[in-house]
Design a binder for this molecule. Structure first.
Ligand code: NDP
Length: 618
């Protein structure tokens, strides 16, 4: 056998799919909140470790800057770093990277909570491995190693020379006379840049639930993206949280962050409450240390091959005879299907038949994951509450070997707050859930980020104006309108990395790298041709958007049926410019024909060499 089916995978006959569908519907319906995204608030100054402060690097006072420059890149996380790398490779040097943080790393800079690891195969996720010769120490490697690797790339490509840290952009205005972007920052800088590249990430702005009384709590409170080791004890490399031994701690949220963190809080806190609204699915981790003998077998091009294999496993389907090289939770459905195809020697299937088998496997995998809970958690009522009832990937699938076992500890209580759609309220001394008050010393919020909220909340710039004062927030209200997913009409010399109105690769960093390569090409061409500004024509943009929509795979039913979260805009549809309801998927409008076809499209466009669809002005 080339691929092995998961151990303990139930057969289709062993589960009642119509009954499960009904259960999934009920679970979604009772969680839908009429406020949608508005149920969340931003961490404000009065919270300890609020959004703007940097608990990790002291802020060095500096004079405000006034300068003219070719390019400003907003963001020093993976997308900003990979943009810097591509600009360097294109021979462009006059750029500046601006970031709110005190160093490079983006989410890996801000997130330092105990247990933080990459949830994806690090041999795929970490970029430029063949170029830098770096190898992660583990398959799912530690957060600090990722941060240090990101910073080493920044050093290798001399990105520190251009970095402006601890700087928050407040306004972006296009100046048509000067043909430049005017960038203002909270630090008083005035920068005039020919081009702006937004590489400000998906998970850049933490959010808190708008729980009544959240600003009344007098104990310690922080978001997971601002971990307070002074309070908990330990540090990121040795997270022995010994200062919690006398503390009662509660965590709000049970998403991917919380799954990694809960075992540590359970182990160290005197009393620990996990406040759960929707359970995640948690598989075994099967992490492994990198084997030097395996590394020696790798041939040039191995990373691209591995990433392509992962992408097929996570997002498309394995080819006949293709082995799953990753074998994790992301590739499980397709691995099982590949194994059954081999075992049963399926005839050629129509897309509809394939889709039906995929759906069936989705229910079986989720059932396997629910049974896993029963096999570990001793208290039956707690086990029942921990079971996820929704389609695979409605929430980010996770893996952890200690999460469920944490609920067997006598100091740990799971508090299900799904009936009340969240925690009732906070008091000065604790929280109230299901009408009962629990005194606690510390509240940890693993409540996520502004991923699919409105753009002004997500980006946080007070002003963002293109030509003739057109607001970007208005421009993209309801739906993105881009050319190749990276430019938009009315906003000359502006490029966006990370948003998707185009191909989607399962390794996030591959998307960033390819978008950055494309953007660097356009900027280089514009400069070579003596262009002062470049932007898509309205016609080219319309044609591109139409093509994306005509070829899209309609996932509306799946998105609508998911339990609410940022994946589906909290279950609330947007209304587009034609008055149609549209369910927003957090990864944007994904190109239906797939990643490889999209890459070929961009490649063909570049090799044509005429910048078709873009208008250059001198
Ligand atoms: P999420 O947005 O995934 O989870 C937020 C949690 O807070 C949910 O469980 C949510 O419940 C809960 N919540 C929100 N409001 C309330 C409320 N009023 N009362 C009780 N609970 C509430 O955030 P995470 O930080 O976990 O993850 C964000 C993203 O970060 C991930 O999806 C992933 O992309 C990334 N990540 C990546 C990792 C990696 O290894 N690469 C590791 C960890 C995170 P509900 O589900 O009901 O809304």
């Amino acid at each position: 056998m080339i691929n092995e089916k998961s151990k303990d995978l139930p057969s289709s006959d062993a589960i009642d799919i119509p009954a499960l569908k009904e259960k999934y519907r009920q679970e979604r319906d009772r969680r839908l909140r009429k406020e949608g995204q508005q149920q969340y608030v931003q961490p404000r100054a009065e919270f300890s470790n609020a959004y703007e402060a940097d608990p990790y690097t002291p802020v060095t006072p500096r004079d405000a800057l006034s300068e003219d420059i070719d390019i400003v890149v907003l963001g020093g996380g993976w997308s900003g770093i990979l943009t810097g790398v591509q600009l360097r490779k294109a021979g462009i040097g006059n750029f500046r990277i601006i970031d709110h943080a005190g160093d490079f790393g983006g989410v890996w800079y801000w997130n330092r909570y105990p247990g933080l690891q990459c949830d994806n195969d690090a041999y795929c996720y970490l970029p430029l491995l063949e170029e830098t010769g770096f190898m992660p120490t583990k398959k799912f490697t530690d957060g600090w190693e990722i941060r240090e690797y990101a910073q080493s790339i920044a050093r290798q490509y001399r990105l520190y020379e251009n970095a402006l840290f601890h700087t928050l952009v407040s306004a972006l205005r296009w100046d048509e006379n000067a043909k430049r972007w005017r960038i203002s920052t909270r630090q008083g800088d005035e920068i005039r840049a020919r081009h702006v590249i937004l590489a400000n990430g998906l998970l850049n702005i933490p959010k808190l639930p708008g729980i009544p009384g959240i600003d009344k709590f007098k104990g310690h409170l922080f978001h997971t993206a601002r971990w307070d080791y002074d309070y908990t004890g330990g540090d990121q490399k040795k997270p022995a949280l010994d200062k919690l031994s006398s503390k009662r701690v509660a965590i709000v949220g049970t998403g991917a962050t919380s799954i990694q963190l809960v075992p540590y809080l359970g182990k160290y806190a005197k009393q620990f409450y996990v406040l759960q609204r929707t359970p995640s699915c948690v598989d075994t981790r099967r992490n492994s240390v990198t084997d030097p003998a395996w590394v020696k077998t790798l041939k040039p091009g191995w990373q691209a091959e591995r990433r392509a294999n992962f992408h097929r496993g996570a997002n498309e389907s394995f080819q006949k005879g293709e082995k799953d090289l990753i074998c994790d939770i992301w590739t499980e459905v397709n691995r099982n299907l590949a194994a059954e195809r081999e075992e049963q020697d399926w005839p050629e299937l129509t897309p509809e038949q394939l889709f039906a088998r995929y759906e069936d496997m989705d229910f079986r995998v989720m059932e396997r994951l629910r049974r896993r809970v029963d096999s570990i958690v001793r208290d039956k009522a707690t086990a029942e509450k921990l079971k996820p009832y929704y389609r695979y990937q409605c929430k980010r699938p996770t893996s952890n070997d200690e999460y469920y076992d944490t609920f067997n500890r006598p100091n740990v209580s799971l508090i299900d707050v799904s009936e009340s759609q969240g925690v009732d309220r906070l008091t000065e001394t604790g929280f109230v859930a299901n009408g009962v008050e629990y005194p606690v010393d510390c509240m940890v919020f693993a409540s996520g980020y502004e991923v699919t909220s409105d753009l002004d909340r997500r980006w946080g710039f007070d002003v963002f104006e293109g030509r003739n004062g057109l607001s970007m927030y208005q421009n993209w209200k309801g739906s993105y309108k881009t050319f190749h997913g990276v430019m938009t009409h009315g906003f000359p010399n502006l490029f966006v990395i990370g948003l998707n109105q185009g191909g989607l690769n399962s390794s996030l960093t591959v998307n960033f790298e390819e978008q950055a390569r494309h953007v660097a090409y356009i900027i280089k061409q514009t400069m070579t041709r003596g262009g002062a500004s470049v932007e898509p024509t309205q016609e080219a943009q319309n044609a591109y958007v139409q093509h994306i929509r005509e070829t899209a795979i309609d996932r509306t039913e799946w998105i609508r049926a998911c339990t609410p979260s940022y994946f589906n805009n909290e279950g609330k549809p947007d209304v587009d410019e034609n008055g149609n309801e549209k369910f927003r998927f957090y990864l944007g409008e994904v190109y239906g024909p797939g990643w490889d076809v999209f890459m070929q499209r961009l490649e063909d466009w570049r090799s044509q060499g005429d910048m078709q669809g873009l208008s250059l002005s001198q």
